[in-house]
Design a protein around this ligand. Sequence first.
Ligand SMILES: NC(=O)c1ccc[n+]([C@@H]2O[C@H](COP(=O)([O-])OP(=O)(O)OC[C@H]3O[C@@H](n4cnc5c(N)ncnc54)[C@H](O)[C@@H]3O)[C@@H](O)[C@H]2O)c1
Length: 280
Amino acid sequence: MTGIVRRKALITGAAGGMGRACAWLFGATCDLVLSDVSKDRLDAFAKELRDAGNIVTAHAGDMLDEAHLASLAAELDSERACSVIHTAGLSPALADWQAIMKVNLVASEMLMQALKPRLAPGSVVVPIASMAGHMMPAIPEIDALLVDPLADGFIQGIGAAVEAMGGQGGDVGKRGVSYSLSKRGVHLHTERWGIALGSRGVRVVSISPGVIHTPMGLAENEKTPGAADTMNAAVVGRIGTPMDIAMAAKFLCSDEASFITATDLKVDGGSTASLMPPKG
Ligand SMILES: NC(=O)c1ccc[n+]([C@@H]2O[C@H](COP(=O)([O-])OP(=O)(O)OC[C@H]3O[C@@H](n4cnc5c(N)ncnc54)[C@H](O)[C@@H]3O)[C@@H](O)[C@H]2O)c1
């Protein structure tokens, strides 16, 4: 069967809450390339999407595995614009501080390195960060580490910062600090890549969600001290939905957002502003 070739949408973490919503929304207009470390959940979801008429390629694998990233890059056509929604990530309730830093920040950088040669003009990359990245004060010495997550000794160097800032809270404290620093790192990564790829016509814009009704968001509310306070800080008076994030990503990938790059969009129901009101 021949026809008009549609834009591809690469969605990582596709078996998770936001990834699934992005797949349903982008699948209406794009051919889907899906990735997740959980093969069983990914395969089941890909079947559900195909049964509903979507065009889906699914690759199970770890975002820290270069071979997996190469298989995702190979799905993209270097002459045709694509959308990339990078939702794969770990939160404090789900993993230790090192895994959080590696999956959230190191893998984001590895993904961009892998995709860079395949991103045609008009492509848009949307890494999913977090409002937590806005809650940390900017500390120049730590930012200097966060801007180079593939550097030798990055984990040891950032580990010293995690220990200093969160060590008094034990394992829970270190997980929380690692998560916030990893997401601040994603904000910096977005600015850096947006600047680097702008002249090629590729935009990079992160989204910082507030608390969202996904397996991760619910696990945080249940297990991490203070998480429910963050949810209750949303001035719109409700928890966010995965589709709130997918719709923001769809807008950022559209022509209507063509002047938006190298920046972050908070989709948090006003939580960050409410918890950190402007001074004055
Ligand atoms: N849910 C929230 O309240 C919330 C708030 C702020 C930011 N975020 C961020 O949004 C993103 C998506 O979160 P979600 O709520 O959909 O989470 P989720 O746990 O529902 O989905 C995340 C998916 O990522 C996959 N994944 C984890 N590690 C991976 C790895 N190493 N390689 C490949 N896949 C991997 C998981 O299998 C899972 O399917 C994350 O980056 C998260 O930090 C979530």
